[in-house]
Every structure is written in structure tokens, then in C-alpha cells.
Design a protein around this ligand. Structure first.
Ligand SMILES: C[S@@+](CC[C@H](N)C(=O)[O-])C[C@H]1O[C@@H](n2cnc3c(N)ncnc32)[C@H](O)[C@@H]1O
Length: 319
């Protein structure tokens, strides 16, 4: 994990692994992958395998969404954090890297082993952090920023609306949900989105509008972030390339209306001779747009656009 934002988390994880000496992790990582692919419960997941092989990726995805929140709501400076389904505290470490305004965090974790792990790592957070063992579905102490990362997958889909509104009640300013970028992960985000809009939330992202989500059928809204793999991470996964791409779905909802771009780029832009083809989510539904290469300044701008970026016509000089 060489991302500069992982300053604290990477070393904390590596120090824990060095101390725990878990031995060869490859087999345990394989078991962990199957457990999550086959319907997701962390109850039997090996802690060392999670730290070595999953936490770097969940950290990267959470960081990518926090970066978006910061750019869309630059005035947001949370003081308190509630990290539910905290696992080792991944979201707390990511939030620490992005929000120096934080002075306190409460981590809620249902599994005794993960709660103990979070307690071991928490002293390395730059703010006061307490770990509470219990379900996120129980009463929660409110905080400015509430993060539920990669935990909704462990609740039944039919509890999603209820879980989302429960988290919303504990949210003083911003609620962030992050899930695997799979059809199942997105299905949870989509149900939560409808429930949170109904509860009066303002969407910060990735949605640029509060109309019904236009993503239907086999399509699902997800994005990717690339992370560097540490040697331990590569070894644990038996990987040969020093990076991996983590697919994630996310939703950030606020108690205030944030500045939003007109549309979100929901697939990798295709750059061709005719122009840059963009797949967009807009308030009028999903749209394909080509920024023609003959429209020189707009085309030059459009070539810099990436999957997941916001898109506003006036910013590319489009009419
Ligand atoms: C996949 S891990 C994600 C950990 C961390 N948020 C991350 O992004 O790396 C899911 C965590 O949620 C915890 N969890 C699952 N259901 C929970 C519940 N109802 N209440 C609290 N924690 C829960 C699991 O024990 C596990 O530690």
C-alpha cells in the first residue's frame, strides 16, 4: 500500500502482521475470497488474511469516495466519526487521512475478534477512538460523519431500507455507504438511496440528481480505484503485478445540499478519432454523449475525463 494517504494504516497493518506472524496466507486468502463471493459474512474470516488482502482494497475504495466528498462539499469539516461494521477500523484510518478536523471516533463492530483487532490498531489513529462491540442495528451515538463500509453486504437485502434510515438517524451531517462494486453491492446501495431520499437526505454523490435511479437490468453503478500492492499483499494473493483494481459502489448523503455536477461518468470514456464517448448518468436518465474531436477545446478537456468523474457541459465548453 504505497498511497501517501495510507501513511498510518499501511504501517499499522504491517506491524500487526509482523507481530502476529500468521504464516503463509495464500490459502487463507483463497478461503476468504470464496466466503465473500458466496454471500458474505466476516464471522469466519481470518483476520490476518483480511488485513493483508482485503483491507488495502477497502481502504482504497473508501479513500476514493472521501476524496469525492471533499471535492463536492469542501466546507464539510467533521469533528466526530461513527464507523459501523468497522472491522479493523479501515474507514476510520481513511477518514483520518482526509479529515484532519476529526477529534473523535466511535467504531461499532459486531464480531468479537474484529473488535479486538480494531482496539489494537485504534491507538494509531490521530484522534480519540473507542471501539464498541455490538450491532449497527442497535442504538447508535450520533456523529457528524457516519461511514458504513463493506458491511451492508452482511445484512439481508430486505433489511436495507430499515438499516439505511437507522444509520441516517445517527448522521448529523454526512452518511457514506461503500459496498463492493458488484450487482449485489449496488442492489443494496440502490435500496438505501431510495430510503434516504424518502427520509429527506440530499445526495452528494455519485448521483447528480434525486430522480429515480435509472440503472436497470444487468447494469449496475460502480467505479474502480487502483491501489498499489505491498509485498505482503502481493505475496498473500500470489499476485505478480504490483497493483490491483478495486470495484466499488457508493453513496454519500448529506443534511445539506451540495454542489453537484450535471452528470456522472459511469463507464470508462472511449477516446476515438471522432471524439470522446461518454456514458453519463443524468437527471434525464442514462445518456451517451460524444465530445467531437473537431470541437478542439472541449475535446482536449474531455480527454482528461475519467470513469467516476463529474461532468458539466459548460466545463468542457460544450453548448
Ligand atoms: C467486510 S468487513 C468490512 C470492514 C471495514 N468496514 C472495511 O471496510 O474494511 C465487514 C465488517 O462488518 C462487521 N459486521 C457485520 N454485520 C454487522 C452488524 N450487524 N453490526 C456491526 N458489525 C457488523 C463484520 O464483523 C466485519 O468486521
Amino acid at each position: 500500500m504505497s498511497d501517501e494517504l495510507s501513511v498510518r494504516f499501511g504501517p499499522a497493518v504491517e506491524a500487526w502482521l509482523a507481530k502476529a506472524q500468521p504464516g503463509p496466507l495464500r490459502e487463507k486468502v483463497g478461503t476468504l475470497r470464496h466466503a465473500y463471493e458466496g454471500g458474505a459474512s466476516s464471522a469466519r474470516v481470518d483476520l490476518a488474511a483480511y488485513l493483508a488482502a482485503r483491507a488495502p482494497a477497502t481502504f482504497a475504495a473508501i479513500s476514493a469516495t472521501l476524496r469525492q466528498i471533499k471535492s463536492l462539499a469542501p466546507e464539510f469539516a467533521p469533528v466526530s466519526l461513527l464507523d459501523v461494521g468497522a472491522g479493523p477500523g479501515t474507514a476510520s484510518f481513511a477518514a483520518a487521512a482526509h479529515f484532519p478536523s476529526l477529534t473523535q471516533a466511535r467504531l461499532v463492530e459486531g464480531d468479537a475478534r474484529f473488535a479486538a483487532l480494531a482496539e489494537e490498531l485504534a491507538p494509531q489513529l490521530p484522534f480519540a477512538a473507542t471501539v464498541h462491540r455490538g450491532s449497527l442495528l442497535n442504538a447508535l451515538a450520533p456523529a457528524n460523519l457516519v461511514i458504513a463500509a463493506y458491511v451492508l453486504a452482511e445484512l439481508p437485502l430486505d433489511q436495507m431500507a430499515q438499516a439505511a434510515t437507522h444509520l441516517w438517524r445517527a448522521t448529523e451531517t454526512v452518511l457514506l455507504l461503500v459496498e463492493p462494486g458488484t450487482p449485489q453491492g449496488f442492489a443494496r446501495i440502490k435500496v438505501a438511496r431510495a430510503a434516504l431520499l424518502k427520509a429527506g437526505g440530499h445526495l452528494i454523490g455519485p448521483c447528480t440528481h434525486g430522480e429515480a435511479c435509472p440503472m436497470q437490468g444487468a447494469d449496475w453503478c460502480h467505479f474502480k480505484t487502483r491501489l498499489q500492492r505491498s509485498r505482503a499483499h502481493m505475496h498473500a494473493k500470489g499476485g505478480i503485478v504490483p497493483f490491483e483494481d478495486e470495484a466499488f459502489s457508493w453513496l454519500a448523503v448529506a443534511r445539506f445540499a451540495a454542489r453537484r455536477p450535471e452528470a456522472r461518468i459511469i463507464a470508462p470514456p472511449q477516446v476515438g478519432k471522432a471524439g470522446v464517448a461518454l456514458r453519463l448518468c443524468t437527471s434525464a436518465g442514462l445518456q451517451d454523449e460524444v465530445i467531437a474531436s473537431r470541437a478542439k477545446p472541449a475535446y482536449k478537456q474531455a480527454k482528461k475525463l475519467r470513469w467516476g468523474d463529474g461532468f458539466s457541459r459548460h466545463e468542457t465548453g460544450e453548448a
